[in-house]
Design a protein around this ligand. Sequence first.
Ligand code: C2E
Ligand code: MG
Ligand code: MG
Length: 700
Amino acid sequence: MTGSVTLSLAGLHSALLPLLDGWPLAVVGLDLDEKIILWNRTAEQIFGWTAAETIGRFHSDFQKKSGPSLRRYLKRVMAGESQANKELRLQTRQGQLLDVNWSATPLRDNAGEPVGVLILIDDITIRKQLECAQVESERFSRAIVDALPQHIAIIDETGSIIAVNKAWRDFARANSEHPEELCEGANYLDACDVQEGEGVQEAEAYAQGIRAVMNGTLIEFSLEYACHSPISQCWFNGRVTRFSGGGPLRIVITHDNITELKLAEKAIQQLAQYDTLTRLPNRMLLQDRLGQVLAKAKRERQRAAILFLDLDRFKLINDSLGHAAGDNLLKIVAARLNDCVRKSDTVARLGGDEFIIVLPSVPQTEDVTLIAQKVLQALARPVDLEGQEVFTSTSIGIAMYPADGRDVDSLIRCADMAMYRAKETGRNKYQFFSEEMNQQMMQRLAMENGLRHALERNELQLHFQEQTELASGKITGVEVLLRWQHPELGLLAPPAFIHLAEETGLMVAIGEWVLRTACAQNRSWQESGLPPLRITVNISGRQLNHSRLVETIARILDETELSPQWLELEITENLISNNIESTLELLQQLKNLGVSLAIDDFGTGFSSLKNLKRLPIDRLKIDHSFLQGLGSSEDSTAIIKTIIGMAHNLGPRVIAEGVETNQQRDFLQEHGCDEVQGYYFSRPVPHDEFCKLLRTIRAT
Ligand code: C2E
Ligand code: MG
Ligand code: MG
């Protein structure tokens, strides 16, 4: 309503009233005194007063509650200035205030003189209420969205950020040097445009996903990604959803902060895949990495190498300096190994003192040799362990992909075999795997397998070799010597399998069988009327270290009813000299059972005289190597004489093993050796033969 209406009041009434009554707007006319001169039907309906009640009365009589704006606008119109679309609150008959859209224009007569005002009023209460409700609902939604822990942003079809929630804004402020680049007005695609550094690939995948949602290829997509800000590192699960229900395109981006979850996941992974002591990858992770290395080497037709390391004499350090020092050494070794290789190589700890190095790409064998040498040198440097300078070294076995094996397990096995060979051939060296090692290993495995069943299949036997007293010429004892009737290889003597039995721990059960069989045998000879004999049984290192040895022997003596005086246990000298203190106690316990004790292979170990004096020993057995040297080597002759002299000084009797000739016997007799054993008298023979021998001797 612009300009002013030029009309007489009477004319206005008669001409417009029928028309105005039908209008959806309230039409109110005022004269210059602001008395009401026009009040249409709609005004009656909106305000509640009839035309009859209002016409001729002051407009202000009906608007006592309305605010000062009405007065101000009215004054302006009276002054000739039209007012359009003013939002006001006007009073109704019931005293209620209505929201109205209010326009007014001056009324003039034909001469152009002001005669009053024409007011048009639109009741917008409902619209206002709806608007309010909408504002309220938006505020409410906003409060909810702001209270959510998820970071939420809404972008439009160009990627421009329209709105973000509080969590998003707070995160941007805390983690970005330019938070404004992540908030309203900025373009989100620019923020995703990471050019370099960590997370480039993820960011690229993320931006691609968003573009796909923007152009409608995707409705929604989600992605877990790490956010590498200069301030912190976080992980998010980002979800991007397209909304285009008739209105403008909106894309909602929700980021769930999964940092804590990821950190927990990482911690669990660390525990499961890394060795807690050295922080190196453990066996599990090694297998995984090695699998990947082999797959890549296969694809790219490259060679890879595996170095299997085992520290030399680690047990000694652990036992002598304690476990804490041992742990320390392992940590130092781990660090030195890491220094020897590139970042792309893997150094893992298999457990104990075993490590593995994986070299993913080895163009030439010399490259591996260089690394192996570097490792040997690095570990050769002395280590300071609690103020003590300790020297360590390692043996390295090397297996190559694809020549030695094509899968993880066989390569590790080959490298392991090569490592054993390195150890056997002198330690502190490296050794490449060869096929011959494999064959040896297969044989060993077959042997081991056979040995496991030898006892239950009754393949073990005892042979017996007499021990003769030189002075009387009488058989005073018998040594039992183990034999294995192997189904394919025939009768095997101990050197062919005893090491294996020791390594696998089978020696404990086998040794118990030998003891029981020997004792039972001796008892049965006695029962058959043969003169009582001392039976000598060899005891191995494994048996000696077994916690129940004393108990087992006592039980066997009890079960077989053999008097302990007829059982002698033979222990090699090196087993005793290796750990004198603990052996001493054990020997005393054995001695307390009433059995006698002998030191086997005497002269080959390092027993000091002082120690020998402390041992509860009945017999010293001169090692047969000295007998062989007799006559040809002055040393051997001197040693035999010394051993006999020394033993007699200290107490034990002396027996010589490996006597093959009468010269040897004579020499021993001349020098006061008490007993002898050897092929000269009898070879070790099976039970029946030995019985025959005993009977013949008795008969003579
Ligand atoms: P050892 O206890 O020193 O036994 C003496 C070894 O010398 C035996 O070898 C015997 O056959 C052999 N021998 C005997 N007289 C002569 C001779 O005049 N000349 C030569 N050159 N050798 C002679 P064998 O039976 O092969 O046993 C070898 C080793 O195996 C034994 O050495 C012993 O340490 C071990 N051993 C044998 N039986 C058992 C057993 O039941 N338990 C344990 N733990 N070890 C055993
Ligand atoms: Mg022996
Ligand atoms: Mg011996």
